[in-house]
Design a binder for this molecule. Structure first.
Ligand SMILES: NC(=O)c1ccc[n+]([C@@H]2O[C@H](COP(=O)([O-])OP(=O)(O)OC[C@H]3O[C@@H](n4cnc5c(N)ncnc54)[C@H](O)[C@@H]3O)[C@@H](O)[C@H]2O)c1
Length: 324
């Protein structure tokens, strides 16, 4: 089977490329990635010489990229996106360009080249924000209520995928997942930022009161869910991916500081992000019942593995640190 993986040099994409090489060694995998600030060839270094693995540097908004990449493709895994909320607030049109236009160009490419199946990776942020004190969780039928440029651009991409299915018969599956953490995540994101700052003796910024709740998942569990859905998910269906680890940023930091052997003195409260969603929570019932998916890692196991990875891979992350 020929698999095209967009965004494979990014955080989740590079973990998925490693997962796929281990689980499906008979497949050929072509990574398509523009290598923005978030994409790194180094994250795929040990796959470079693997038979069946190849890399195409290309922008997903460029139709020629799809005419080169897609002929003969059996499955597209679409992850390429702009993903950092702070950057979306500062420069929203980059997000519209890549996440909306880029997804539309990919869908048109799939149409031109008769791609038989696409899996689109999306986020829980498309559903908006839940109250901290409510027991509600999002499910596959929750209405879309994105509240920021990143989530609105991802919501638009989700709508385009469904529209190409209704209008042109594209066979797709779609997944919405919560906050991932693990190896190869850019140190601009909360958990690797905290780890790398602590390892370097710097201060860890905490937005607002720190009570915002996220639904955390170790990236390997997300990769296994994507693999299952792309192979066995019902065409035209959406699955929510959650390891049901609802934790506030304060609680995540508390556990991280304990693992890192440091204390609250290095935490610095900073002004909250505008429009910062309060709580996300997902019900993964359908994914578990239909496809038998279960997370393999507890939050603490994943966090410990992540801290160990960053301790052991300073050469990977140190070039990415913002100048202080
Ligand atoms: N990280 C999370 O917690 C999370 C949660 C749910 C869903 N998602 C979704 O998963 C996907 C991957 O997220 P991530 O955290 O790995 O992102 P990331 O920012 O680490 O990686 C994104 C990758 O896309 C590439 N890219 C960006 N613009 C491109 C363009 N125009 N053309 C080609 N490539 C381009 C980058 O070079 C990078 O390799 C995204 O679609 C994101 O919305 C992420």
């Amino acid at each position: 089977m020929k698999v095209v993986l967009t965004g494979g040099a990014g955080f989740i994409g590079s973990n998925l490329a490693h997962h796929w090489a281990a689980r499906h060694p008979e497949d050929t995998v072509l990574v398509v990635d523009a290598l923005t600030y978030a994409g790194r060839r180094e994250s795929l270094a040990d796959l470079n010489h693997r038979p069946g693995f190849s890399f195409l540097k290309g922008d997903i908004t460029d139709p020629h990229v799809w005419d080169e990449a897609l002929p003969g493709t059996d499955l597209v895994l679409h992850l390429a996106a702009e993903t950092h909320n702070d950057r979306a607030i500062a420069d929203p049109l980059v997000f519209v360009r890549t996440n909306v236009l880029g997804t539309a160009q990919l869908l048109e490419g799939c149409r031109r080249h008769d791609v038989p199946r696409l899996h689109h990776v999306s986020t829980d942020e498309v559903f908006g924000s839940l109250a901290l004190d409510s027991p509600d969780r999002f499910d596959e039928n929750s209405p879309y209520r994105p509240r920021g440029p990143y989530s609105a651009s991802k919501a638009s991409a989700d709508h385009l995928v469904r529209a190409w299915s209704e209008t042109y018969g594209l066979a797709y599956t779609l997944s919405n997942c919560g906050n991932n953490f693990g190896p190869f995540q850019h140190p601009e994101k909360f958990i690797p930022l905290a780890i790398t700052r602590a390892l370097r003796g710097g201060r860890i910024p905490l937005y607002g009161d720190g009570k915002n709740v996220r639904d955390w998942i170790y990236v390997i569990d997300h990769c296994e869910a994507v693999d299952l859905i792309a192979h066995r998910g019902q065409v035209g269906s959406t699955y929510l991916v959650s390891a049901e680890n609802e934790l506030s940023n304060l609680e995540v930091l508390r556990r991280l500081l304990a693992l890192l052997g440091t204390d609250w003195k290095i935490v610095e409260h900073v002004t909250d992000r505008p429009g910062h969603d309060r709580r996300y929570a997902l019900d993964p019932g359908r994914l578990k019942a239909e496809l038998g998916w279960q997370p393999r890692f507890t939050f603490d196991e994943g966090l410990e593995a992540t801290v160990e990875w960053y301790r052991a891979h300073e050469t990977w992350w140190s070039p990415l640190l913002a100048p202080s």
